[in-house]
Design a protein around this ligand. Structure first.
Ligand SMILES: Nc1ncnc2c1ncn2[C@@H]1O[C@H](COP(=O)(O)OP(=O)(O)OP(=O)(O)O)[C@@H](O)[C@H]1O
Length: 258
């Protein structure tokens, strides 16, 4: 697979510390991501959404450096450039219920400062990629849960982002849609950096080239999908090779005193 080289390291995080009040959620995290599709796994409460929010520039780190698309997020002018080239699907996203699907996606195209002349085509293309073009004129409040999620993915990709952050994008999608979504992920990962947080390890196995596993705010594993699978050959419980890798790595990480 060819990967775009113009963005180099799309994410470079060093010594990241984030907390809520006195509670530390991410503790000295280092992470580097190049273009490609990266899975982000971890148990409930591991800190995946918190990390996504920092990378989406909607949450601020207490400590540490965050460079996105080769720019420093603490520089205001750079931050604006980063946000134009960033796509983010939050775990829970809000919308105006009376907006049509097209208006919803157009709104995000405007937020990301897409040139006005490019908006109609970009919106149609994003809706087509998620299979919602035929519902473009429906109101958001009339969509099913899976369709809403697809509208959320459409807004995240409308600006053809170089860094795409998807927090549990497959939640609520039916099996056929999930298969199509994985194909879309592989396509997007050719020249962008895509980070997908999920609890569905089979999504990672089929669509991601690399995977990072968070546990208790720390990185328990980062490597290729094959390396995670290999970690499960000497034990680990689960129904598939990648599930066994996941449980084996978690068990190993928890055996190391902090
Ligand atoms: N706004 C908040 N205020 C206080 N604590 C929070 C807040 N948001 C998250 N937390 C805590 O931070 C920790 C990490 O939460 P986070 O949502 O990042 O985990 P996660 O890995 O995404 O979990 P899940 O898989 O359940 O979505 C959890 O212990 C959570 O209770």
């Amino acid at each position: 697979m060819t990967v775009g080289t113009d963005i180099g390291l799309a994410v470079s995080v060093a010594g990241l510390r984030v907390g809520y009040g006195r509670r530390v959620v991410l503790d000295g995290l280092d992470l580097e991501l190049a273009p490609g599709v990266h899975g982000l796994l971890g148990p409930n409460g591991a800190g995946k959404t918190t990390l996504m929010r920092v990378l989406a520039t909607v949450a601020r780190p207490e400590q540490g450096q965050v460079r996105l698309l080769n720019e420093d997020v603490t520089d205001r002018a750079a931050l604006r450039r980063i946000r134009r080239r960033l796509g983010y699907l939050p775990q829970d996203f809000g919308f105006y219920p009376r907006f049509t699907v097209r208006e919803f996606v157009e709104y995000f195209a405007w937020l990301r400062e897409l040139p006005r002349a490019e908006v109609p085509l970009a919106v149609d293309r994003a809706l087509e990629r998620v299979g919602l073009l035929d519902r473009a004129d429906d109101r958001m409040k009339h969509l099913s849960g899976g369709m809403l999620r697809r509208a959320g993915i459409a807004q995240a990709i409308v600006n053809d982002p170089r860094l795409l952050l998807l927090d549990e994008p497959t939640a609520g999608l039916d099996p056929e849609q999930r298969v199509e979504f994985r194909a879309l992920l592989r396509e997007l990962g050719v020249d962008a950096c895509v980070l997908v947080s999920t609890h569905l390890v089979e999504d990672v196995g089929t669509a991601c080239t690399r995977v990072s596993l968070l546990d208790g705010g720390r990185l328990a594993f980062t490597g290729t999908t094959e390396e995670l699978v290999a970690a499960g050959t000497d034990g680990g419980s689960g129904d598939s090779p990648i599930e066994r890798g996941y449980t084996s790595v978690l068990r190993g990480a928890r055996a190391v005193p902090r």
